[in-house]
Design a protein around this ligand. Structure first.
Ligand code: SF4
Length: 402
């Protein structure tokens, strides 16, 4: 499929909207009351610090809702206002936050049902409205919805679209897109659908394996098996790694994406020499500002003298996991939770580890005076962060009164 031509046609269709419907002011008030927090504003105003009783809170200086997420949620609210009677579907969670997705369902904005891991679009009729989430949708899904005559509301973040344009450029130059991301993540699925040939690497270790194969060759079968779920159909490592371009899932660790880019630049330079480099390597900056700011703020936060860190965000939120990884690398006790319910009475917390396991830790709040670092992922409303901070204050106040 000529994905570029399809996108152009879609964008000119009267069934397609990516700018909203003119209800911004009403929706802004509603969002403010549902998701904003006076306490968080107060902490921001106090230089991101608040002390109450035995607890000092340090908030990261960039955290929570990014503008791409705010925009997507606002567009979804606007869509409901604009189409009060129509059936409205989402191809995926609008963003990775359970409270926001719950709210969508209360507004009768439904998910496309999934059967055995496959979305069942047969439920969607002509004239239904379908919202594409902030991290986008695959070109095949867009085509299917367009063919059905649905009204498509596209909330894809412009930063994600920028990555799609990048892989289109790789395709035009006959470069294989090396995508730093998680092959199952919806954003990476969408990005790879716009790519020609592609290979998805999860981290620097996988990238080094690929770079070594480019320079020294290796076991072809092992390579194909290793990346079986993370490459374009018919990918041939002996032919398809002669010309490469770098792209990324926007929420990966910024430093790692940069290292991977530099690694492949060095590799191609070594293999083909500096004069041929441009023929064999392409790189454009596609790291999103919001991800970068949140990761930089986390790097600053972990420099402070903290007893522990609470990282708040959806369990399937990639950018939240990256924040937690920074805390773990620093050696700080860190607890990734998705909402306040994970903090239990009796000094227990149920939290997600980096490997995805859920564990319960007892006595996670130390006795006496404590300093707690707090951050949240780009899909987390301030209200959720407020609930967590208030609960920590309450638990510590109760403990010191005993
Ligand atoms: S994290 Fe970045 S790419 Fe993702 S929605 Fe927010 S602004 Fe857009």
């Amino acid at each position: 499929m000529d994905t570029k031509a399809f996108k152009r046609t879609l964008q000119h269709s009267e069934n397609y909207n990516r700018k909203g419907f003119g209800h911004q002011a009403e929706v802004a008030t509603q969002l403010q009351s549902e998701y904003q927090s006076n306490l968080i504003q107060e902490i921001r105003d106090r230089n991101y610090t608040l002390q109450r009783g035995d607890v000092t809170i340090h908030l990261a200086e960039a955290f929570g809702f990014c503008w791409g997420v705010e925009r997507a949620v606002a567009m979804a609210y606007e869509t409901r206002k604009h189409f009060p009677q129509e059936r409205i579907w989402m191809t995926n969670e609008i963003i990775h936050n359970p409270d926001v997705n719950q709210r969508m369902q209360e507004m009768k904005v439904e998910f496309i049902p999934v059967e055995a891991g496959i979305k069942d679009f047969s439920i969607v009729d002509t004239g239904d409205v379908v919202i594409l989430p902030a991290f986008g949708a695959s070109v095949q899904e867009m085509q299917l919805l367009n063919d059905k005559g649905c009204k498509i509301v596209d909330t894809t973040c412009p930063w994600v679209s920028k990555v799609w344009n990048t892989v289109e450029k790789h395709k035009k130059g006959d470069h294989t897109s090396i995508i730093h991301g998680k092959y199952k993540h919806e954003e990476t699925v969408a990005t790879s659908s716009f790519a020609g040939k592609y290979l998805i690497v999860l981290n620097l270790r996988e990238a080094e394996y690929v770079a070594d194969y480019i320079l020294n060759g290796g076991n072809r079968d092992e390579f194909i098996q290793k990346f079986a779920k993370a490459c374009s159909p018919g990918f041939d490592p002996d032919k398809d790694l002669e010309r490469v371009g770098i792209a990324n899932q926007t929420t990966m660790l910024k430093g790692e994406t940069e290292q991977i880019g530099k690694l492949f630049e060095r590799t191609m330079m070594q293999k083909y020499g500096p004069t041929e480099l441009n023929q064999h390597f392409q790189s454009f900056n596609t790291i999103c500002d919001a991800t970068q700011e949140r990761q930089d703020a986390m790097l600053e936060l972990v420099q402070k003298n903290l007893d522990l860190i609470v990282v708040i965000g959806g369990f399937n939120s990639s950018n939240t996991t990256q924040l937690q990884q920074i805390a773990i690398e620093r050696g700080l006790p860190s607890y990734h939770i998705n909402n306040v319910e994970r903090i239990k009475l009796g000094n227990f917390i149920e939290h997600r580890q980096l490997n995805g396991d859920m564990v319960i830790t007892e006595n996670w709040l130390p006795e006496g005076e404590i300093v707690v670092g707090i951050t949240s992922g780009a899909s987390t409303p301030d209200k959720v962060v407020e609930d967590v901070i208030e609960k920590i204050f309450r638990l510590k106040a109760t403990a010191s009164a005993l």
